[in-house]
Design a protein around this ligand. Structure first.
Ligand code: PMP
Length: 381
């Protein structure tokens, strides 16, 4: 008897990002621009609420869909920000991170051998999650020339029209690209014309620096075909508390909840108490963190410009996505790590369209960023 993974599991390689972290762990004087998580701690009020709930012994399971108080606040927050009205009883599902919501959507709506179009470069979990669901992936490579925005042209040329669903993420990990409401219009039209479901990962919605975040669900005819993913990991710096949610029509959240109620039961209770407080009282802290990311973004972009490294003006999330000065971005990242002790992630890890680029996270202090950029500069020279 041996533990032989299924063909599906065996076919999915380990995360390319993890591989890089393991390499980085070999050195102790490293500055990491490799991580995709905030360097801040969650706002104190949210932490206090979590601690208080533990002190009161509030550690039972919650409703499968999440605590009613939390769903009410998510509904109010979504309405206030985007004018989107979701019913807390039927249209909101609280999950263990946005990651769980993504996985549930793939499993709930993709049959074996259905195809799913995935706009890339993208967060590393979408393609493996699609494969675990048995679906075929249609690569939709966005282009540096389009500032990594999703266009009708790339949707058409990639064969996305025949897919069941389109997966997209703006503000984007790894490129930092954002899309305005006007730019989303042709994407929405394409989805309607070809009757695609849309899985829209909007976990970086709070971190849009040049314009207000626009959700594709706000465009005509889109709310009924879209699942929006969001969560508390990025805006509230709550990554380890593992809390996210999906917003979708009743039949969609019901199907996702069918899996969730058996596989997860409910999202972490302590985190749900923290999230209630985060939505109630932590707006100032979110604005302050955003202001700091924005300062760092401007610094990083201006330093790449000084170095003569091409970098499109990333407008969201906490990533810059410069062109790699070498042809082989993997070799560049490894050499930069070995010679200068700076960790960045080669762009090909994020799928089609990412090759030839580097993901540089600025979720780290301005002091470290200054030192890291100086090291990158001397490495390139
Ligand atoms: N979506 C994107 C685009 C992300 O970058 C991440 C985290 N790196 C996630 C989802 C996962 O978020 P969570 O912690 O809520 O699972």
């Amino acid at each position: 008897m041996t533990f032989e993974p299924t063909d599906t599991v065996a076919s999915v390689p380990p995360s390319g990002i993890r591989k890089f972290f393991e390499l980085a762990e070999e050195y102790d004087d490293i500055i990491s621009l490799g991580v995709g998580e905030p360097d801040f701690a969650p706002p104190w009020a949210a932490r206090d609420a979590a601690i208080a709930s533990l002190e009161r012994g509030q550690t039972s399971y919650t409703a499968n869909r999440g605590m009613r108080e939390l769903r009410d606040r998510i509904a109010a927050d979504t309405e206030r920000r985007y004018g989107l009205d979701y019913d807390p009883d039927e249209e909101i599902l609280v999950t263990s991170g946005a990651s769980e919501a993504v996985d549930l959507a793939f499993r709930a709506f993709l049959d074996e051998d259905d195809s799913v179009a995935i706009a890339q470069p993208c967060y590393v979990s979408y393609v493996p999650s699609a494969r675990f669901a048995g679906a075929d992936v249609v690569d939709v490579p966005t282009r540096a020339a389009d500032e990594f925005k999703l266009t009708r042209e790339v949707l058409e040329s990639s064969g996305a029209a025949d897919a069941e669903a389109l997966v997209m993420c703006y503000p984007n990990n790894p490129t930092g690209a954002t899309m305005t409401r006007e730019e989303l219009r042709p994407v929405a039209e394409f989805a309607r014309e070809h009757d695609l479901l849309v899985f829209s990962d909007e976990i970086y919605a709070e971190l849009s620096y040049e314009h207000d975040h626009a959700s594709i669900a706000t465009l005509p005819g889109m709310r009924e075909r879209t699942i929006v993913f969001n969560g508390f990991s990025k805006a509230y710096a709550m990554t380890g508390l593992r809390l996210g949610y999906a917003l979708a029509p009743p039949e969609a959240t019901a199907a996702m909840n069918r899996i969730h109620q058996y596989t997860m039961l409910s999202a972490p209770t302590t985190a749900q108490y923290a999230a209630v407080e985060a939505l109630d009282s932590c707006g100032d802290e979110v604005r302050e963190m955003r202001a700091q990311y924005d300062r760092r973004r401007n610094f990083v972009l201006s330093r790449f410009e000084e170095m003569g490294v091409d970098c499109f003006p990333a407008a969201g999330a906490f990533y810059a996505f410069p062109e790699c000065p070498w042809d082989d971005s993997d070799a560049f990242a490894e050499a930069l790590l070995e010679e200068q002790r700076v960790a960045v992630v080669p762009g090909d890890v994020f799928g089609a369209g990412g090759e030839g680029h580097l993901r540089v996270s600025y979720a780290t202090s301005l002091g470290d960023l200054k030192e890291a950029m100086a090291r990158i500069e001397s490495f390139i020279q």
